[in-house]
Design a protein around this ligand. Structure first.
Ligand code: SAH
Ligand code: SF4
Length: 361
């Protein structure tokens, strides 16, 4: 067995933890800042590069810790430039991360869990039962791998290939809140990767009790996977609705910290043919969100092997979008990206299974 697996990974630890670990080896607290800078501003992967640390300190670090990222097990590039990486973690489990290049930005779609406990009917990830939560190192690691791919170290001040993050990959981020919060705090740290909270959007299927904390503690943009404006339909499409029905969800959106006209809630709405896409559905949606600073992101349904829904017709989507737009809301129709490599919304899934006797080493 590779002996590095027994060493502690420095990635994903907060400053307080780093201080404690360094202290155990008599390394003074002021080294934390230097270490942080090497790890997250310069993105180094070896202790040799830390030239402002004396050799003996570097040696202790080398003997005790590793700087480890997930490994790229498979990389696919779509005809539209979207890239999808299947990442393998230290225990052999895998999850997917997607990079979507656009003219003015590059968005990284980050996973929070391997699989998902929820079973939204139209979502591929929902067919993969939860294997486990990702830890902070594995979440920050997705960002770091992307930055490695684009050779984007040290953290650039201007234009970046990875300029935005959406927590919209595999899993429900608010069901792994502690780890997601720790990871995003590291990513937002001004002395490291330094991505602004305004460039981070967390998407939830509606874990109402954690929405307030998400806004208070992280202050990131919120996207809500609404998908239906009536409980009878949403109960079926997004089963967590039975636990936290629409009125509770909308109330939590109304109270989301920091929401105003320049920081709007995004409501995601997947367009499913003859399920939730009528003009009456659009009007119901408007009634529901009245008074909330919001934009509606219409997502054409992305099919996946075995899915039973159909995408609404372009004409239907246009009519729906028009009603929403006329009511004064931005209602962009999300252009599917990376469909050919199963990288679009709701298409992510990995082969990882819950560990069984003979399974993953
Ligand atoms: N679990 C979180 C984060 C995943 S975000 C959440 O559900 O919000 C992924 C977004 O894509 C969600 O809005 C999800 O509802 C949507 N989605 C899932 N399957 C889809 C599909 N097949 N086509 C289009 N969008 C889909
Ligand atoms: Fe999980 Fe989100 Fe997919 Fe629902 S849409 S199954 S919450 S990943």
């Amino acid at each position: 067995m590779d002996n590095t697996v027994t060493k502690k990974n420095l990635i994903g630890l907060d400053r307080g933890e780093l201080k404690t670990y360094l202290a155990e080896h008599d390394i003074p607290a002021y080294r934390v800042q230097q270490l942080w800078n090497w790890l997250y501003h310069h993105g180094v992967t070896s202790f040799d590069r830390m030239v402002n640390m004396p050799k003996p300190v570097r040696q202790i670090l080398e003997d005790t810790f590793v700087i480890e990222r997930p490994k790229i097990a498979m990389a696919l590039t779509s005809t539209d430039g979207t890239q999808k990486w299947l990442l393998r973690f230290a225990d052999g489990q895998e999850a997917e991360t997607v990079h979507i290049p656009e003219v003015d930005r590059g968005t990284l779609c980050v996973s929070s869990q391997i699989g998902c406990t929820l079973t939204c009917k139209f979502c591929h990830t929902g067919t993969q039962t939860l294997v486990r939560n990702l830890d902070p190192a594995e979440i920050v690691g997705q960002m770091m791998v992307a930055r490695d791919v684009f050779n984007e170290w040290p953290s650039p001040v201007g234009q970046r290939h990875v300029s935005n993050i959406v927590m919209m990959g595999m899993g429900e981020p608010l069901y792994n809140f502690e780890n997601v919060s720790k990871a995003l705090t590291i990513i937002m740290d001004h002395q490291g990767i330094s991505l602004s909270k305004r460039r981070i959007t967390l998407s939830t299927s509606g874990v109402v009790p954690l929405m307030q904390r998400c806004g208070d503690e992280l202050g990131v943009n919120l996207a809500v996977s609404l998908h239906a404006a009536r409980n009878d339909i949403r109960d079926i499409l997004v089963p967590i609705n039975k636990k936290y029905p629409i009125d509770q969800l909308i109330e939590a959106c109304r109270n989301y910290p920091g929401v105003n006209n320049s920081r709007r809630i995004t409501f995601e709405y997947v367009m499913l043919k003859d399920v939730n896409d009528s003009d009456a559905d659009a009007r119901e949606l408007l009634r529901l969100i009245r008074g909330i600073p919001a934009k509606i992101n219409l997502i054409p349904f992305n099919p996946w092997p075995g899915s039973s829904f159909e995408c609404s017709t372009p004409a239907r989507i246009a009519s729906f979008s028009d009603i929403v737009y006329r009511a004064g809301y931005a209602s962009p129709v999300r252009t599917p990206r990376g469909r050919d490599i199963l990288a679009a919304c709701g298409q992510l899934k990995s082969e990882s299974q819950r560990k069984r006797k003979s399974a993953v080493i």
